[in-house]
Ligand binder design. Structure first.
Ligand code: CA
Length: 454
């Protein structure tokens, strides 16, 4: 460590120690001290001095309020705050606000931080597009949003109530068809997700349809809060839950359910959840937006170092965040899944990835993935068919991969790690179906079970 950095870190230590003791008299001696009430002074050991930021990169504001849901998708936001990566780029006052549900996240971004809500945060897809279009907002108000990076791949799965163990409910559903038919005549197979028309709804629909089960005609799909779903699975009134870690592990550990499939099995290296913000906030604070992105990128790289994952599990499981035992997160973070029906997975390629996976960059928001989520909404009749023609214009407005690239360059990411195309190319699912982003209508035509007529 250079003398300069040594000196800074000693001074930082003095400020931190003093601030923790409740005195703020030394505030100001560093130029940019921890913000009063920031509450994270003791966790900023990795922070480089804010004074290092050149004036042309200095953010317009140090304050932002971001929403998150306590599932592994939110890890880059929490790690960026707790390991000091936001502060390193000048965002010393990032407030992470736990959202009670996806519906409240939507409501809070509608009012923005000025109204007591949030400026942006973690989203299932295509929520930012649907909010931009005013399709899921109050009074159909259009709130333009920008998708800025992907947070994670994998980490999700289909959980099934324990009473169905041994009935053939697995990744392939061929031998479970009679079960679905039998239930249909009495109480149809009932499955829950936490918000309609987005990832977890789309994953279970894809999986069912690939197995020849029509998600609209053969089963009952409902939006139910996670905790209530678990209670309902326990009492036997809910058959399945499309969800993300840590819920699958908890269901298996408490012997409430088993995992029929991981989303990593349905679509290897699939797009999962994203970071998006209100467009008005980004337009007003372009440098702060890039500072936030650089903090997230650094957190994503930190998270992909498997040596850091034990610490990541400890931070995420803390009382301020997920509030659960750390070991519930530790195994899935290493690609170890007890599926609960005797099947065990121990394969690092099935773990959650934040920066780089088997297909390349995870953080970069490919427009071709936005398109898949929109096309899947068309498939199930959630969006009218004319969105096939409108999708690209909407995506070009909402997806700001250009800002991601600028931030990546500023963060010193090597050019070889920055994607050069907005399309990741043809994607393939576990049932052999292919999605060519250049021919979305062909994809819809190739699907046997769908609501749209193409
Ligand atoms: Ca998810």
């Amino acid at each position: 460590m250079s003398d300069f950095l040594n000196q800074i870190s000693r001074r930082k230590f003095i400020v931190t120690a003093t601030a923790s003791a409740g005195a703020v008299l030394l505030k100001g001696c560093l130029g940019n001290p921890p913000e009063p009430g920031g509450g994270n002074a003791q966790t900023q050991s990795a922070v480089q001095p804010v004074a290092n930021i050149s004036p042309e990169l200095a953010p317009e504001t140090k304050t932002v309020k971001l929403g998150y849901i306590p599932i592994v998708e939110s890890a880059p936001l929490i790690i960026a705050k707790e390991k000091g990566f936001f502060a390193k780029y000048g965002m010393t006052d990032v407030e992470l606000s736990k959202q009670a549900s996806w519906g409240s996240a939507r409501d809070n971004v509608e009012i923005g931080s000025a109204g007591g809500g949030i400026d942006g945060g973690q989203w299932q897809m295509p929520m930012p597009h649907l909010i931009t279009e005013g399709l899921i907002t109050k009074g159909n108000q259009k709130i333009p949003m920008y998708v800025l990076c992907q947070l994670i791949t994998h980490g999700n799965g289909i959980a099934i109530a324990n009473k169905h163990i041994g009935k053939g409910v697995s990744l392939q559903l061929a031998s479970a068809k009679s079960l679905f038919t039998e239930l249909k005549s009495s109480t149809p197979f009932t499955a829950a997700f936490t918000f309609p028309h987005v990832n977890q709804d789309l994953w279970i629909r894809y999986w069912l349809a690939a197995g020849g089960i029509d998600p609209d005609a053969d089963v009952k799909l409902l939006t139910v809060p996670a905790a209530q779903t678990v209670a309902n699975m326990k009492t036997g009134t809910m058959d399945a839950f499309s969800t993300g870690d840590p819920w699958p592990y908890r269901l298996v550990k408490d012997k409430i359910g088993f995992m029929a499939a991981l989303t990593a099995e349905i679509w290897k290296n699939h797009p999962e959840e994203y970071f998006a913000m209100r467009a008005d906030w980004v337009d007003k604070n372009p440098k702060a937006t890039k500072a936030i992105l650089k903090g997230i990128m650094e957190a994503q790289q930190w998270l992909d170092n498997f040596d850091n994952r034990k610490e990541a599990a400890a931070i995420l499981s803390g009382r301020n965040y997920f509030n659960l035992p750390a070991d519930i997160l530790a195994d899935p973070f290493q690609g170890k899944y007890d599926m609960g029906d005797g099947r065990k997975i121990d394969d690092k390629s099935m773990a959650a990835y934040y920066w780089k996976d088997g297909k390349g960059n995870v953080s970069y928001p490919y427009k071709s993935h936005d398109l898949w989520f929109i096309v899947e909404n068309i498939r199930w009749g959630f969006l009218p068919k004319d969105y096939l023609a409108k999708a690209q214009t909407l995506i070009d407005k909402v997806n700001r991969e250009d800002i991601w690239k600028e931030a990546a360059k500023e963060a010193g990411i090597p050019a070889a790690e920055i994607p050069t195309s907005t399309s990741r190319g043809v994607e393939e699912f576990f049932d052999g179906v292919k999605f060519d982003p250049a021919k979305p209508e062909e994809y819809l035509k190739s699907l046997k079970i769908k609501k749209v007529s193409v």
